[in-house]
Each structure stands twice: as structure tokens, then as C-alpha cells.
Design a protein around this ligand. Sequence first.
Ligand code: CU
Length: 138
Amino acid sequence: MFFRILSKRMLILLKWVHPVIVGFVLAGCSSVVVIPPLEGLPPDAPEQRIKITAQKYRFEPETIKVPIDTHVFIDIESLDVIHGFNIERYGIEKEIPAKGRGTVTVEFYTRERGTYKFKCSHLCGIKHPWMNGKLVVE
Ligand SMILES: [Cu+2]
């Protein structure tokens, strides 16, 4: 009798807890919702071009401020080794060639205000995990 009650209660508990656990697992897998970088870009959007440099272990400038509703181009050049440039929010992922091997450009349309992290996505040395910056759309 006791086991019957217990198992019935456990079944009810599992029925309600199970979707919560699945929800947490899914949330952990996709914490950032990606906006396609040029989604919603109107043909007459104002443009802004920004140059940044990458070197062990920082981007210069570390904070980029751009206005909303703008077609932004970021030209990135390395001052030493190969780095990477990633903005998870826009699904942007580019390799930046080593010094003297050219500049890489990424572009996106700023549809939403907010502060988004950008980071180096190419293992460049011991402090690589801390090589990141902020994109502020205002
Ligand atoms: Cu790096």
C-alpha cells in the first residue's frame, strides 16, 4: 500500500518536474538567441565604419558604441598572431589573420539596443579566455 502511494506520488512529481529539467537543459544549450547579422537591413540605413585592432590579449578599443538602426562595418586587424572575432548575438565568427596578412571585415545591422559581448575565438595564448570586449548599441 505504502509503495503504491509512493510510486503514484513520484509519478505525479516526475510528470511535473520532467519538463522543468528538460527546459533547463535546453536553456543551457542555447543561452543566446542569434539575430541574423543583416536581418531587417533597409536599403537606406546609415552606415558606420569602425577600425579595431587585436593583439594578445585585448581588442582596441575594448568598447564599441554604435547607434541603433545602423549598418555597421568593423575592420579588424591583428598586431601580432592569428586571433578570432566572435559576436554570439549576431552569429558572427571570423578568423583574423596574423600581422601583415590583411584586415577582416564583419558587418551587421543594429536592430536592438543592448550590450553584447564580443570575444577572441581563436586560441592565441594563455590569457585568451579573457580577450573580449563590449558592443553597445544605443
Ligand atoms: Cu585569443
